[in-house]
Design a protein around this ligand. Structure first.
Ligand SMILES: Nc1ncnc2c1ncn2[C@@H]1O[C@H](COP(=O)(O)OP(=O)(O)O)[C@@H](O)[C@H]1O
Ligand SMILES: [Mg+2]
Length: 247
C-alpha cells in the first residue's frame, strides 16, 4: 500500500525528466538548492534549462544572475540548445541580471545589473521577483560572489545571508557553486549545510569523458541517492535515471 502523506511537499519540475523521477516529482517548491560541480560539468546548462522549461512548460517566470559570463555569451550558449532567451526577456517572463560586467570592470548595456555584493543582489532580486512574478531563480555562481570577499568568516556570513533570505522568499532557487575537485562540495565550509538540497555534477576528464549526477541531499523528501550518468545533448541535460554508471 502506498501511503500518501497530507504533509508531502509541493514540487516544481526540474526541467530534466530523469532527475524528476530520481526526486519523485521534482524539487521541493520554494527551497534553495545547491548545484555543485567542476568547470565544464554542465552547471550553467542545468540552471538555464530549469528556468527555460519552467517558463515554457509551467508558466513560471524566472531570474538568471550571471557573475561568470557576459549575458550575451549566456544567450548564445542557450541558443545552442534551442532556447531563445531574448524572446522570453522581451515578454517579461525572464529577467537576466548582469553581474559580470561590474566584476570585470567593463561597461554594460543590460537592463538589470548588480555589483558583486550580496546586499545589492538581494535588493534587486526581491524587487525583480515582484515585478517579473518570478518563481524560479538561478544564481550563477555563488563562488564568484564569495571570492569577491577577502575574509573567510565574512564569506561564510554572506553565503548564509544569501541562502537565508532566498529560502524565506516564495521562489525556488538554484545556487550554482564551482568545485575545484570532485570531493569538495563546500569550498567555503558552509554551502553544503545551508542549502536544503545538494546536487553534484561530475565530469570524468579521462578518456571516456563520462558525466554523472548525484542527489546528495534533499531535505523533506525521499529520493534516489544513486549516482547516475547524464549527457549534454542538443536538448540540454539528459539524465539516465535507470542506467548504471560505468567508470
Ligand atoms: N549545444 C550543445 N550540445 C551539447 N553539449 C554542449 C552544447 N553546448 C555546450 N556543450 C557542452 O557543455 C559544456 C559547458 O557546460 P556548462 O553548463 O557551461 O558548464 P559549467 O557551467 O559547469 O562550467 C561544454 O564544455 C560542452 O561540453
Ligand atoms: Mg557555468
Amino acid at each position: 500500500m502506498v501511503l500518501m502523506s497530507q504533509f508531502s511537499l509541493p514540487r516544481v519540475t526540474t526541467g530534466i525528466t530523469g532527475l524528476d523521477i530520481m526526486l519523485g516529482g521534482g524539487f521541493p517548491k520554494e527551497r534553495t538548492i545547491l548545484i555543485a560541480g567542476p568547470a565544464g560539468a554542465g552547471k550553467s546548462t542545468f540552471g538555464l534549462q530549469f528556468l527555460y522549461t519552467g517558463i515554457i512548460q509551467e508558466d513560471e517566470p524566472g531570474i538568471y544572475v550571471s557573475f561568470d559570463e557576459t549575458l550575451s555569451n549566456v544567450r548564445t550558449d542557450a541558443a545552442s540548445y534551442g532556447w531563445d532567451l531574448k524572446t522570453l526577456e522581451n515578454q517579461n517572463l525572464l529577467a537576466m541580471v548582469d553581474g559580470f560586467s561590474g566584476r570585470a570592470g567593463v561597461a554594460s548595456n543590460e537592463k538589470y545589473q548588480t555589483k558583486l555584493e550580496v546586499d545589492e543582489l538581494l535588493t534587486l532580486l526581491i524587487s525583480l521577483i515582484d515585478s517579473v512574478g518570478a518563481e524560479r531563480v538561478v544564481i550563477d555562481s555563488i563562488t564568484a560572489l564569495a571570492l569577491s570577499v577577502d575574509d573567510e568568516l565574512l564569506i561564510r556570513k554572506e553565503i548564509l545571508k544569501l541562502s537565508a533570505v532566498m529560502s524565506s522568499l516564495t521562489c525556488t532557487t538554484l545556487m550554482i557553486s564551482e568545485m575545484q575537485n570532485s570531493d569538495e562540495i563546500s569550498r567555503f565550509g558552509v554551502e553544503e549545510f545551508m542549502a536544503q538540497g545538494v546536487i553534484t555534477l561530475k565530469y570524468d576528464f579521462g578518456k571516456k569523458g563520462t558525466r554523472s549526477l548525484q542527489v546528495r541531499k534533499m531535505r523533506g523528501i525521499s529520493h534516489s541517492m544513486i549516482e547516475r550518468p547524464f549527457n549534454l545533448t542538443n536538448n540540454g541535460v539528459e539524465v539516465y535515471h535507470d542506467e548504471i554508471l560505468y567508470q
